[in-house]
Design a binder for this molecule. Structure first.
Ligand code: AMP
Length: 401
């Protein structure tokens, strides 16, 4: 960002405005918009004009009954009033993604003006990384800035292909993208130790690569949430009707063995809060995670697990957290996630570096109002997961090549 002279330039910025909205299309959480404001304001302050590209929801997966795109639901017009409020100026909107209309509107932009194009996913070429589409978008501007970290793991036309049509001096990362990549790499490449990774959520299968990589990197690995029960069962525990992936039991055993061989402290919840049904009002009790009675399921980590996990977190210098410790959406099973969030915040105030990534752990933090007490909260769930897994992010590579 610092190397560009944006004055009098048209700047195509890929942002991630994929924010949650309510039934009236009011934005319920504008974190992702706030996160790109430093980039957008910098360009505007320097006298550049903005042409914004973003996707919003998954229109390509939720067609109307006649098979057409549900424009009313997924149009980015819903974002306009909020956007013009936070940017403090009018925002023009172009409801077409290609052809004369966006070309004319972009050409007419003056310094300090902003144009938002329609949802990139309305065009079938977006997800295919279509070159003709990307070329058209590239022709609208002098400079391309990618600040859409949340979409950086996608090789789409607006996140990746478009970068091909700009020389190295005319493309770059926005501030958010820069921060996300820098912080992810900080955890992976030169963490202060001990490094503790807290991994939770529903399924082991979603986090295999991450766990496998972390076993070579972290000093402590804490596993909670539904995925913990596959590990408990792999060790011979009785888990009742808790969430389990029976086809991953061997893999769980392998991961446990690998952790042991490498001297990694692999912590599973010693006890669990169990329920007789998957409901907030279910009957509850606390048991050893290895002896959950038939007909009961573990929906949260128990008090002993909270204590052991908290102890490990508070003794850490670097903390990575991805995924809740239980069904935190139900208040009766939110205590484990809350306790862990508080421990991460406390460790951070004691000087540890903490990175929280992944939609649900971020949602839990926000729910608890603790997001400001974390060193870095990632805006990209899937993208941060892939970065931490060591995968190349196409949106990042496209800028560097
Ligand atoms: P993920 O998307 O994989 O990070 O998983 C997040 C989801 O896992 C949340 O919706 C939680 O409610 C759910 N979850 C966490 N712990 C459990 C559990 N013990 N049993 C069932 N679901 C769980």
């Amino acid at each position: 960002m610092k190397n560009f002279a944006f004055n009098n330039k048209k700047v195509l910025v890929r942002v991630d405005f994929n924010v949650p909205v309510d039934k009236q299309f009011q934005i319920t959480d504008d974190t992702r918009i706030q996160a790109v404001l430093p980039t957008l304001n910098h360009i505007l302050d320097q006298g550049g004009a903005l042409i914004l590209l973003s996707h919003f929801g998954r229109p390509d997966e939720k067609f109307k009954p006649d098979g057409s795109v549900d424009v009313e639901r997924f149009t980015q017009r819903h974002l306009l009033s909020h956007l013009s409020k936070v940017l403090n100026r009018p925002v023009q909107f172009c409801d077409e993604l290609t052809g004369e209309k966006p070309a004319k509107m972009a050409a007419a932009l003056k310094p300090g003006e902003v144009l938002l194009l329609e949802n990139t996913r309305f065009h079938p070429g977006e997800k295919k990384g279509n070159e003709d589409l990307a070329r058209e978008w590239a022709a609208l501007a002098d400079i391309y800035i990618n600040d859409a970290f949340g979409a950086a793991h996608r090789a789409h036309a607006s996140t990746t292909t478009v970068a091909k049509f700009f020389g190295p001096e005319a493309k770059g990362f926005g501030y958010l993208m820069d921060e996300e990549v820098k912080n992810g790499k900080k955890v992976l490449e030169h963490p202060d130790r001990p490094l503790t990774a807290i991994i939770g959520g529903a399924k082991v299968s979603d986090k295999i690569l991450l766990l496998d990589r972390l076993i070579g990197l972290a000093d402590n690995i804490i596993v909670g949430g539904g995925m913990a029960y596959t590990f408990v069962k792999a060790q011979g525990g009785a888990i009742g009707k808790s969430l389990v992936e029976d086809d991953r039991l061997d893999l769980a055993k392998e991961l446990l063995k690998k952790a042991k061989d490498k001297g990694v402290n692999f912590l599973l919840p010693e006890d669990s809060v169990i329920a007789d049904q998957f409901a907030n009002e279910a009957q509850r009790q606390t048991t050893d995670s290895k002896s959950i009675p038939d007909g009961w399921m573990g929906l949260d980590i128990g008090p002993k697990a909270c204590e052991a996990f908290t102890k490990a977190i508070l003794s850490s210098k670097t903390i990575l957290w991805n995924g809740p410790m239980g069904v935190f959406e139900m208040p009766n099973f939110a205590n484990g996630t809350k306790t862990i969030a508080e421990a991460v915040a406390k460790a951070t105030s004691n000087g540890a570096f903490s990175l929280v990534g992944g939609g649900d752990s971020v949602a839990a933090l926000n729910q608890l109002g603790l997001e400001d007490q974390i060193s870095f909260v990632s805006t990209g769930g899937g993208a941060m997961l892939e970065l931490l897994e060591g995968k190349e992010l196409p949106g990042v590579t496209a800028i560097l090549s």
